[in-house]
Write a protein that binds this ligand. Structure first.
Ligand code: SAM
Length: 227
């Protein structure tokens, strides 16, 4: 049984996929998809030995060694050409780390893979990387679980680069259109955080006025766009 977060990632893996799950930890995602018969094959990539052994153990316990291979490797270096990977999932990390993994490991991609990304924070970095690397966002989801709010971004390769606006990069092109209660909750939280930052700076007397104004602008943008 997967968390709602990982289940939402799993929902975008197409039947018959050859999956690379990067930063797989216990390999719960590929194990679940293999048990369901959704995927043909998978790599569970891990850069840290502890999680790599978690993945090995889980795959062996579930008797899925014929379908899933755990590999100790940094990011997309876990992918080898003969794996014929067509889907890459990277979930449960910051957007900056996801972007770094994609950028550093570009050479291991053929630009044919579907990318299913679940950044915990810093989603705008991920969207900008996708735009700059000829990926089109085809779906987005937002959900709340255990007090956290998670975003899932699904992107497919395209020949012509897509241009997103700054607002779309920040809030998500699909999430913006949908404006769900969870999206509003997420940005209301961010607004509250900004209000606290602004209040603290205003009390600090010598805080630079320009900085305060920039935070106020960010706060107002959230008000205009989302709330
Ligand atoms: N993907 C799982 C999930 O969403 O539940 C596990 C997320 S866990 C919080 C993040 C995992 O990413 C850790 O096990 C960590 O070792 C791994 N990781 C971090 N940087 C990595 C990299 N460059 N290459 C492969 N794995 C990495």
């Amino acid at each position: 049984h997967l968390s709602n977060r990982l289940q939402t990632v799993a929902d975008f893996v197409q039947p018959g996929a050859r999956l690379a799950d990067i930063g797989s930890d216990h390999a719960y995602l590929p194990v679940h998809l293999a048990k369901q018969g959704t995927i043909r094959a998978a790599i569970a990539g891990e850069v840290v030995k502890g999680p790599y052994h978690n993945a090995l153990t889980e795959i062996e316990n579930e008797q899925l060694t014929a379908v899933i291979t755990a590999r100790l490797a940094d990011g997309l270096a876990a992918i080898q050409p003969e794996d014929k990977i067509d889907t890459v999932t990277i979930a449960g990390m910051g957007g900056t780390l996801i972007t770094k993994i994609l950028e550093d490991g570009k050479a291991h991609l053929t630009h044919k893979e579907r990318l299913i990304l679940q950044p915990n924070v810093g989603e705008d970095n991920v969207r900008r990387w996708l735009q700059d690397n000829r990926y089109q966002i085809v779906a987005e989801r937002i959900l709340a679980e255990d007090g956290h709010i998670y975003e899932i971004i699904v992107a497919d390769p395209v020949d012509k680069p897509v241009a997103y606006t700054a607002v779309e990069l920040k809030f998500g092109p699909f999430l913006l259109k949908e404006k769900s209660p969870v999206l509003q909750q997420k940005w209301r939280r961010e607004q509250t955080r900004l209000d606290q930052v602004i209040a603290t700076m205003q009390q600090a007397k010598n805080a630079p006025k320009q900085k305060i104004a920039a935070f106020q602008q960010e706060r107002d943008q959230i008000q205009e766009v989302i709330l």
